[in-house]
Design a protein around this ligand. Structure first.
Ligand code: C2E
Ligand code: MG
Ligand code: MG
Ligand code: MG
Length: 293
């Protein structure tokens, strides 16, 4: 049975089985047991969202948060998404999980606003499979039940989603609803750049693999600079992911990148902790810091 599942994982075009094998062994689970556990976890609502701040390089302000799902496993503790999202995608469970994530992120963002925090977008990651469902209806329902302003929801897509020309009309409909659209992990996909002008996008998220060696690797710096230029020309905001150090902040500010997201300005944390962090946020201090360090 495990072989069959692995075959499916391989045939999806991503090398998922390389990932499953060690993950499986380390948990001592069979693949299908994992799938059953995941299914139960959805029923029992064992998932939790963590939130990571996004910060403007110009003002130091917190300008958005990304919702990142974790599985609160009764025995294994907090399981990272890289360990179960691929399996959720293969098994189709991502549709139900993704629906919960969307609803919960909208509810939480509205709750923060009601508690007096600034209105900023919450970014939600979407898998390609979710576009086979009526994603517009789902988004409309999540906005309606939470009473969240559509401008306070941003959907993160991968280049994989944009490889399918049929999603164009879906994305246009989402855009008409007023939600933001961004491309995640930009620069790591296989698609042509033509989609950047075809699709109604708002933001590019520079993959953290290019950001990691800023200050050490001139090639990576050139790539990041080219992406920022591209974003400017196409009037897209650019956010750099995985910013951990001041040298990266300084470089990104100097080349005109708009925003950063990374451990430097905050790790993903539970909603309550994010709220405390947010209330104590002093934008000016972020800017001062960078000139000193
Ligand atoms: P992503 O959307 O690119 O999210 C950013 C990932 O980078 C997060 O990992 C975050 O914790 C990590 N990160 C942020 N700042 C730094 C940094 O400074 N240094 C380093 N080394 N890492 C940093 P996480 O939370 O483990 O999520 C991994 C991936 O799982 C996400 O990548 C996303 O593709 C996927 N994912 C997470 N939540 C969801 C979800 O609700 N739905 C779907 N479909 N995918 C999700
Ligand atoms: Mg993301
Ligand atoms: Mg990313
Ligand atoms: Mg990713």
């Amino acid at each position: 049975c495990a072989d069959t599942a692995m075959y499916h994982a391989k045939s999806s075009g991503r090398n998922n089985y390389q990932f499953f094998a060690p993950a499986l062994r380390s948990y001592g689970f069979e693949l299908l047991q994992w799938e059953a556990a995941l299914r139960r976890a959805i029923e029992r609502q064992e998932f939790v969202l963590h939130y990571q701040p996004q910060v403007s390089l110009g003002s130091g302000a917190l300008i958005g948060v990304e919702a990142l799902v974790r599985w609160h496993h009764p025995e294994h503790g907090l399981v990272a998404p890289d360990r179960f999202i691929p399996l959720a995608e293969e098994s189709g469970l991502i549709v139900r999980l993704g629906e919960w994530v969307l609803r919960e992120a909208c509810r939480q963002n509205r709750a923060w606003q009601m508690a007096g925090l600034a209105s900023v977008p919450v970014a939600v990651n979407l898998s390609a499979q979710q576009f086979r469902q009526d994603i517009c209806a789902l988004v409309a329902a999540a906005l309606d039940e939470s009473q969240l302003d559509p401008a306070c929801l941003e959907l993160e897509l991968t280049e994989r989603v944009l490889m399918d020309d049929e999603v164009l009309s879906t994305l246009q409909a989402l855009k008409r609803m007023g939600v933001g659209l961004s491309i995640d992990d930009f620069g790591t996909g296989y698609s042509s750049l033509g989609y950047l002008k075809r699709f109604p996008l708002d933001r590019l998220k520079v993959d953290r693999s290019f950001v990691a060696d800023i200050g050490q690797d001139g090639d990576d710096e050139a790539i990041v600079q080219a992406i920022v230029q591209l974003g400017r020309t196409l009037r897209l905001r650019v956010v750099a992911e995985g910013v951990e150090a001041w040298r990266q902040w300084r470089f990104l500010a100097a080349i005109g990148c708009d925003d950063v997201q990374g451990f430097l300005t905050g790790r993903p944390v539970e909603a309550g902790e994010l709220e405390r962090l947010w209330r104590a946020w002093r934008p000016a201090e972020w800017l001062q810091h960078h000139s000193k360090n």
